[in-house]
Design a protein around this ligand. Structure first.
Ligand code: UDP
Length: 351
């Protein structure tokens, strides 16, 4: 198939690949590399410090990891990137937008067709936003659950999960004795519920991840008092060492109470042959094959009970399921199809 000329718009907050926490940045890193590897001409508009096999353009002077979602930086980054896209000759076939709301809201103001990945959940505010502007770009949902939540007027053209490189994760079938919880430490993600479940199961728990700005009070009240350096250990934000952390864990606990649109940590755990025990929220019941790659359970008590059944889960099956479903190759195939569809539709006279 013909190669394409692709502009990829990353958020302006964190460089790519992300040094630590950074779900979207990680997705953009893998996709840009894979699409370039396949012979596409990819230009990545991203925060300064970004490294990629794609050509990189960074309109802003620095990254803004402590000012995430501050409109002034998003608007500047998007407007400058749009100018860069419009000045490019020959023109891009498609602009793949991963960045907040600004680009989507103005997607009908540039000639390049826009494909927008829905990285966040639908709330009252974002649903109203997408209902109003939904016709301006082709949206990609991360899960069937998320696609079902889409408001009328939003043009969801495909369901494509986030990719990982399964081969980059070490497989281990002999596990250590700890349970793992990893992610942003906030109420939705549930580190406090993981503590309760692990305690009831009588198993040690390792917590990893950043306490993001605004979450200090939650952490001090609901998590910190339980950290004892033994049964409950908090090791802060982790970088490359996360792979061994996943591989050694008996299970990843995912006691979420929010409509998680995807949940990369579940795929990363399975890639390491580590089962996932998740609450049935958002995409979790799609990502975790109940009884096959982990368990989907209703609450902390059921989570504790499921820890006792982990020997029913085959680590090799977790790994192969991750390869089949989450590896970057099938994900890039699906995006190439979505780009072609968007480009075709932009050329159609009905538009
Ligand atoms: N992560 C990391 N270090 C940490 C905590 C998280 O590298 O200390 C990574 C994690 O491995 C995953 C991403 O951050 O790749 C989080 O993405 P996910 O989709 O699970 O959650 P969200 O985007 O909602 O934060």
């Amino acid at each position: 198939m013909d190669s394409m000329k692709i502009a990829m718009l990353a958020p302006p907050w964190i460089e790519i690949p992300p040094p630590g926490y950074g779900g979207i940045e990680q997705v953009v890193a893998l996709l840009a590399a894979e699409l370039t590897e396949r012979g596409n001409d990819v230009t990545l508009f991203a925060a300064p410090g970004t490294r990629s096999r794609a050509e990189v353009l960074s309109p802003l002077e620095g990254p803004h990891p402590d000012e995430i979602e501050m409109a002034v930086y998003e608007a500047d980054h998007v407007a400058s990137s749009f100018a860069g896209v419009e000045e490019t000759e020959p023109p891009f076939d498609v602009l793949h937008d991963h960045c907040g709301f600004t680009a989507f809201a103005f997607a009908d103001r540039i000639d390049t067709p826009v494909v927008h990945t829905l990285h966040g959940p639908f709330t009252e505010e974002t649903s109203a936003f997408y209902a109003r502007h939904g016709h301006k770009a082709s949206a990609v949902a991360l899960s069937r659950y998320q696609a079902e939540q889409a408001p009328a007027g939003l043009d969801v053209v495909a369901v494509i999960g986030n990719p990982i490189v399964v081969g980059d994760f070490p497989f281990r079938d002999q596990k250590d004795d700890y349970l793992l919880w990893i992610g942003r430490l906030n109420d939705d993600k549930g580190p406090q519920r993981a503590i309760a479940a692990a305690r009831e199961a009588g198993a040690p728990l390792v917590l990893a991840g950043p306490v993001q700005p605004g979450q200090e009070e939650f952490f001090a009240r609901d998590v910190e008092p339980h950290i004892d350096g033994d049964r409950v250990r908090y090791i802060g934000e982790v970088g490359d060492e996360k792979a061994d952390l996943y591989a050694g864990a008996r299970a990843l606990l995912m006691p979420i109470r929010w409509p998680e649109p995807f949940g990369l940590v579940m795929t990363e755990a399975m890639a390491c042959g580590t089962p996932v025990i998740a609450f049935p929220e958002g995409s979790a019941p799609e990502l975790v094959l109940d009884g096959e790659t982990g368990f989907v359970v209703e609450d902390e008590h059921a989570m504790a009970a499921a820890v006792g059944r982990l020997d029913e889960i085959d680590p090799a099956r977790c790994r192969s399921s991750a390869e089949e479903r989450f590896d970057v190759a099938p994900v890039a195939d699906a995006y190439e199809r979505a780009y072609r569809l968007a480009a075709q539709r932009a050329r159609s006279p009905i538009r």
